[in-house]
Design a protein around this ligand. Structure first.
Ligand code: XUL
Length: 532
């Protein structure tokens, strides 16, 4: 990026509920932020939290025209706020993962010749074969998932190729369903985009390639060769390779911005569009995760992302290609029993008070004198089990713990689970490993101390309300220099860094080393009890 302080990079995030934008200047400072809320700013689409839930209770879609119109509104809002588009050197973005867009035959030519006198929404009115795009919340494709796994030799085989076993929300299974239930629409489709590459296509004025990272969330790409997997394509739908076109690294400079935006909004002709990616890969960039680091987001559901070098795809979690370094990977694991379970135990064991919860953690020893708990109030994703299980120091099941022991057993159990599953996917603590904690519970020091002890690594906190969006602006800036060999880390040197919150207590490694193994064995026992 040039040193002109007035020049900037833009990051967009097409997420489930809103479209967001962040502009950063040459010093990596945020100089503009804006958003368009789908439900309230575009009420004509009648979405709830950005989506339509269908009557079967499984199908979830979003209107593709709503996303196009949101971009019209966003750019008008920025113009009204006095944003100077001529200072933008590069644009990148992210989108909710797995969602798909079906461009109708003839749309490429339309994208290449957009009339700057009109808005995108009216220009692209007739450009989509499927107007209700399937999104990540959809779980209607179990049949297609079972078929895909059996076609490639089983769930583990599919994970070995694509980084994940078959998941209903993953795009390949959604494409298979559209081909089976709406063959005419499938045949009318010239190009299938992810939400991310669809958004990039709007800026590029041409079809944008799917990037390796978001492409890893489709159950279609070989994450090692970074090519579409022929057996997966064949088991999904005919002529699919042509409709997808080749994937590309997330650092790719796709080309200059479409003349439409130059004429309509005053962007410079040589403003660059850098490949868009998924929101989770975007967050990895926004949080400036580095090799060996692990990010733990403690929210309604807990999510863990990792930067890994040697992935080991498993039947749980996902391996995606890394969005900022093509030789690395990222793993993503989701847990449903996050803050709601912590709140339940807080209510039952410390009268609803976080102070009481924290004092219980402070007054009980690391390792809880051998007491371990597994607390799955709702069916967990990783592993798929439900129920509350308490074990004493001899691995004998017990009915209850004292209140303090219960609180520590919950928090230790949640963090042991995160480390055990991360390790199954290839995670290793290396010198310099940081744990980046985000989300509601990351403001609780006592909880962070347990996190630090269980991982035997320092815990840093970072505000990531907009991490995917900010990550996209960082990636736009990196995209300008990535071709000359500059690493992402060097490109974002000087960006606001995470703050050290706590260090591991002395002796933590000795306590939690053996407990990790015990937790893994006990969790396997719980899973076995469920399947018997
Ligand atoms: C990840 C996933 C969600 C969406 C949310 O696999 O499905 O996190 O990316 O936008």
């Amino acid at each position: 990026m040039s040193t002109l302080t007035s020049s900037c990079c833009l990051g967009f995030d097409f997420s489930t509920q809103q479209l967001k934008v962040v502009a950063i200047d040459g010093n990596l400072q945020v100089v503009h932020q804006n958003n368009v809320h789908f439900d309230s700013d575009l009420p004509e689409f009648r979405t709830q939290s950005g989506v339509h839930l269908h009557e079967d209770g499984l199908t979830v879609t979003s209107p593709v025209h709503m996303w196009v119109k949101a971009l019209d509104i966003m750019l008008e809002k920025m113009k009204k706020a006095g944003f100077d588009f001529s200072c933008v050197e590069a644009i990148s973005g992210s989108g909710q993962q797995h969602g798909s867009v079906y461009w109708k035959k003839g749309s490429r030519a339309r994208l290449q010749g957009l009339d700057p006198a009109k808005d995108l929404h009216s220009l692209l009115q007739d450009s989509f074969a499927v107007v209700d795009s399937p999104v990540w919340m959809d779980s209607s494709t179990t049949k297609q998932c079972l078929y895909l796994e059996s076609a490639v030799g089983g769930a583990q085989q599919l994970a070995d190729i694509t980084g994940s076993r078959a998941y209903e929300r993953f795009t390949g299974n959604q494409i298979a369903k559209i081909h089976q239930l709406q063959p005419d629409k499938y045949n009318e489709t010239e190009r299938i985009s992810l939400v991310s590459s669809f958004a990039a296509s709007l800026f590029l004025g041409d079809y944008a390639a799917v990037d390796y990272s978001d492409g890893s969330g489709m159950n279609l790409m070989n994450i090692f060769s970074k090519q579409w997997s022929k057996p997966c394509l064949n088991a999904t739908a005919p002529m699919l390779a042509e409709k997808l076109s080749d994937p590309t690294p997330a650092t790719t400079l796709l080309g200059p911005i479409s003349p439409y935006f130059v004429k309509r909004f005053g962007f410079l002709e040589n403003c660059k569009v850098v490949a868009f990616t998924g929101d989770n890969p975007g967050s990895l960039a926004g949080m400036q995760l580095q090799e060996g680091d692990i990010a733990v987001s403690l929210g309604t559901s807990d999510t863990v992302f990792l930067w890994i070098k040697e992935p080991r795809p498993a039947l749980e979690g996902h391996i995606f290609c890394n969005p900022v370094d093509c030789t690395s990977y990222m793993a993503l694991i989701c847990y449903k029993n996050g803050s709601l379970t912590r709140e339940r135990i807080r209510n039952e064991c410390s009268g609803g008070s976080w102070e009481g919860f924290s004092s219980a953690l402070d007054s009980t020893p690391m390792g809880n004198n051998g007491s371990i708990g597994v607390y799955f109030d709702v069916v967990e994703i990783t592993p798929p089990a439900i129920g509350v299980y308490r074990f004493d120091q001899h691995d004998k099941r017990v009915d209850a713990f004292t209140r303090e022991v219960e609180i520590r057993a919950l928090v230790e159990g949640q963090f042991l689970a995160k480390r055990v599953h991360a390790q199954k996917l290839g995670y290793r603590i290396i010198p310099g490993t940081k744990v980046l904690a985000t989300g509601g519970a990351s403001s609780n020091k006592a909880i962070l101390q347990v996190l630090s002890d269980v991982f035997s690594a320092p815990v840093y906190t970072i505000d990531v309300a907009n991490s995917a969006c900010l990550g996209s602006a960082y990636r736009a800036m990196h995209g300008l220099v990535a071709g000359t060999g500059v690493s992402f880390k060097d490109a974002v040197k000087g960006a606001p860094a995470a703050q050290l919150a706590v260090r591991p207590s002395p002796g933590a490694m000795e306590v939690y080393g053996p407990l990790l193994k015990r937790y893994a064995d006990l969790e396997a026992k719980v899973l076995m009890a469920k399947t018997q």
